[in-house]
Write a protein that binds this ligand. Structure first.
Ligand SMILES: *[C@@H]1O[C@H](CO)[C@@H](O)[C@H](O)[C@H]1NC(C)=O
Ligand SMILES: *[C@@H]1O[C@H](CO)[C@@H](O)[C@H](O)[C@H]1NC(C)=O
Ligand SMILES: *[C@@H]1O[C@H](CO)[C@@H](O)[C@H](O)[C@H]1NC(C)=O
Ligand SMILES: *[C@@H]1O[C@H](CO)[C@@H](O)[C@H](O)[C@H]1NC(C)=O
Ligand SMILES: [Zn+2]
Length: 706
């Protein structure tokens, strides 16, 4: 029984991954070779790990980046998705898709699945950075992606050191490459190729944000250091190539950071990252007059916000290399200075890449699906797909570029919607199955409770005979129905080649309900008994209340105020319920008032990470007053009657003393923390003593007093 329960709950847990968190990677998609001219020969990508948009626009600590963004470059906010961690952020920028959380769970350092990236499509890519990020992209592509990594957990970079050391390593290594290339022919040859990328992963800001928190002078120093480093690297590269105007630069970040130095969830500070793009082929805006006071006068005309995954096709377009096959980004062609024909061909390349991905995903599901129950994505079925692709190919030949842009945009829209459709193709059925399993499990438990409570013997033979449906014994009828159901679902999974775990998802609800309903007379008898005890009306009301309450609990994950609804229900509960009649007259209104008071809290703002130590102290003082009043008015009056009360008074007094000590302890410690002074060991020992020995101490005391 215990193991059945454990197994079922593990299945429920893992079903989440099949329902919501499936890998978006489609295998074996053929890349589309673009036909437009590249706007640059090489691209330099700076990813400033953990730099949030707010730190960029609301501070002047990155003067070089800001001046570039406001003059020759373009900038904007790149919106990331949760989880806001380094790995998925880099994958979104460099490969153009949002990794599912299961990939994150499978490991940071290992690359669980090999995927295509912008780097993979280049002639050569040089990467510098922390090994756990760089290795995601170099693994398996050693021939044309060079990784230069450091170990951020090494003692020379430990948190007691200056975090700028991490970025200094990267900047120096880049300069070294260009220095050595002046003497090394082979290296110089590689560097002179077209379609190459230099990728600089700057981890220092993330480490600094975690240890010092954004907004602190330490963090801002780090930003200033990175800003100067970027300026320096740009100079080195421009000089090496003799300022040939063929280099594009892109600075962005993988994720943001909260005020208290964390990231991972969906807070605005975490999901909004800045990007600045400048150099060759960027569509410069000369009349950047309107400045935005909300962003400390960054130029509004230069701003274009996009999704993080849109950066991957942007980089591919700049170098005219195939967009990574699993990218779901859309190239923002407004950012680039291109002729109409190049623009059209670039957007068309993006649309073909998305269409190929969609088509492969459609085929994967279509080939295995049973044709009777298969529901294709109607706006882009196989015939429509073939038709629209051959039509656009004709437009390319006819050089009808305005039409081509319109059709390409339509293909992009349809492919993205179609990808979503097939990605969630089995989501609905799986949700229904898991819900049925859940209800089956509840029924299963209920049956066990019922057989124990109302003492119906499941094996009693006279019931088996009496329950008939058109002459057939109901028990046998049930067995037949469930056997057929088992068989058909087995076939459905088998024929469609679904993964192994789908057998469990399909068979579990059937088996659970089969077992739960099996001797049907248990339920009939139970319902009869229930009817004897209660009127149908109250039963109905109770069921409705439970359902509404459960819904409110579920919705409260999104709407916190929903929590107040069950609380309001609980406030009126004693008046409705039969058990309420046995309660004390004074207790009834107190209960209701308590529930009402509690329901106010779900409307208040969340506490967040700001410490209001005063609130803690006030709560403690309030509690102290309560104990004092109770001791005085209740216990002291009864003192003479019994020995027991005397003991309780002594215990209460000791408790009050301990409370005062711990309040003072908390207050002093938090003040010390704010000032950055180390936590006192002496206070720490007291705190552990109060927390740990509290209970033992009281037992001991009780023993002595007795
Ligand atoms: C910049 O600061 C202002 C005022 O503190 C705030 O309203 C705004 O949202 C901030 N900008 C960003 C991008 O966070
Ligand atoms: C890398 O690019 C090559 C050439 O386009 C392609 O054949 C290969 O499949 C790509 N690698 C991955 C993992 O997609
Ligand atoms: C870290 O180094 C930078 C530049 O070398 C310096 O400006 C800064 O003050 C240092 N920060 C700390 C906390 O030592
Ligand atoms: C676009 O490029 C052309 C030629 O390369 C140049 O003359 C023009 O000024 C550029 N336009 C913008 C807006 O950058
Ligand atoms: Zn981090």
């Amino acid at each position: 029984m215990f193991f059945v329960g454990l197994f079922i709950h593990l299945i429920f847990l893992f079903s989440i991954f099949d329902i919501y968190f499936k890998s978006p990677i489609v295998k074996d998609v053929v890349p589309y070779q673009p036909k437009h001219e590249a706007v640059a020969d090489r691209l330099v990508l700076f990813i400033v790990d953990g730099l949030r948009a707010e730190s960029f626009v609301n501070y002047t600590t990155m003067p070089y980046m800001r001046s570039v963004a406001n003059s020759i470059g373009r900038w904007g906010i790149s919106n990331t998705q949760v989880p806001t961690e380094s790995r998925p952020g880099h994958v979104a920028v460099i490969a153009g898709f949002y990794e599912d959380p299961s990939a994150v769970a499978k490991g940071w350092k290992e690359n669980p699945v090999d995927f295509d990236s912008v780097f993979n499509q280049t002639k050569h890519t040089w990467c510098w950075g922390a090994y756990d990020i760089v290795n995601i992209f170099t693994k398996g592509h050693d021939d044309h992606i060079t990784g230069n990594v450091f170990d951020p957990y090494d003692s020379s970079f430990s948190t007691s050191q200056n975090t700028t050391l991490l970025d200094a390593w990267v900047f120096h290594s880049v300069s070294d490459l260009f220095l050595s290339a002046k003497k090394n022919e082979e290296e110089a040859d590689k560097l002179s190729k077209k379609k190459i990328i230099f990728f600089l992963h700057l981890l220092g800001t993330d480490t600094s944000g975690h240890t010092h928190k954004p907004k602190t002078p330490n963090f801002l120093t780090q930003l200033r250091y990175v800003d100067e480093g970027i300026k320096e690297v740009e100079k080195v590269i421009r000089e090496y190539y003799g300022d040939d105007g063929k280099t594009t630069f892109l600075m962005t970040s993988d994720h943001g950071m909260t005020d208290w130095g964390s990231h991972g969830s969906g807070d605005d500070h975490e999901t909004q990252t800045p990007y600045v793009v400048w150099g060759a082929g960027i569509n410069t805006i000369y009349n950047g007059g309107t400045s935005d006071p909300a962003t400390l006068s960054m130029s509004l005309d230069h701003r274009l916000d996009l999704n993080q995954a849109d950066l991957a096709p942007l980089m591919s377009t700049i170098l005219s290399i195939p967009v990574p096959v699993n990218s779901i980004g859309e190239v923002r062609i407004e950012l680039l200075n291109m002729t109409l024909s190049n623009k059209a061909l670039a957007v068309y390349s993006n649309s073909r890449q998305l269409a190929a991905q969609y088509n492969k995903k459609r085929l994967d599901i279509e080939t295995d699906a049973i044709s009777y129950i298969y529901q294709p994505y109607n706006p882009l079925t196989r015939d429509k797909y073939d038709e629209i692709i051959s039509f656009t190919e004709k437009l390319v030949l006819e050089e009808n570029f305005e039409q081509l842009i319109l059709f390409s945009e339509e293909i992009i829209r349809l492919s993205l919607a179609g990808l979503r459709y097939y990605h969630n193709y089995y989501q609905g059925p799986l949700l229904i199955l898991v819900t049925l399993s859940f209800m089956g499990w509840i029924a299963y438990l209920l049956k066990i409770v019922l057989t124990q409570k109302i003492n119906v013997d499941p094996g009693s033979p006279n019931f088996k005979r009496t329950l008939r449906f058109y002459g057939v014994p109901v028990t046998e009828l049930l067995n037949i129905i469930f056997s057929i159901l088992c068989f058909t679902s087995f076939c459905i999974v088998c024929v469609q080649n679904l993964p192994m775990q789908y057998y469990v998802y399909f068979l579990m609800p059937i088996l659970l309900w089969w077992y739960a309903l099996s001797p049907l007379h248990v339920w009939i008898k139970a319902i009869r008994k229930l009817k004897e005890n209660k009127s149908t009306y109250t039963l109905f009301v109770e069921i409705i209340s439970y359902i509404v309450g459960s819904f409110a609990m579920g919705l409260s994950f999104t709407y916190r105020w929903m929590l107040s609804i069950p609380l309001l229900g609980m406030a009126v509960w004693p008046f409705m319920s039969s058990s309420g009649k046995h309660l004390n007259k004074k207790l009834l209104p107190a209960w209701s008032c308590g529930c009402l008071a509690l329901s106010i809290f779900s409307f208040m703002p969340v506490v967040g990470k700001n410490v209001y130590i005063e609130l803690v102290v006030i709560a403690g003082l309030f509690w102290l007053a309560m104990i004092a009043i109770y001791t005085k008015s209740v216990l002291l009056n009864k003192r003479k009657d019994k020995d027991e009360y005397r003991r309780e008074i002594i215990l209460n007094i000791i408790q009050m003393v301990l409370l005062i000590i711990s309040l003072q302890n908390i207050y002093v410690q938090s003040k010390r923390f704010d000032n950055g002074t180390p936590v006192s060991t002496w206070y720490q020992i007291i705190a552990w003593f109060i927390a740990g020995k509290h209970n033992n101490f009281f037992f001991l005391l009780k023993y002595i007093l007795q």
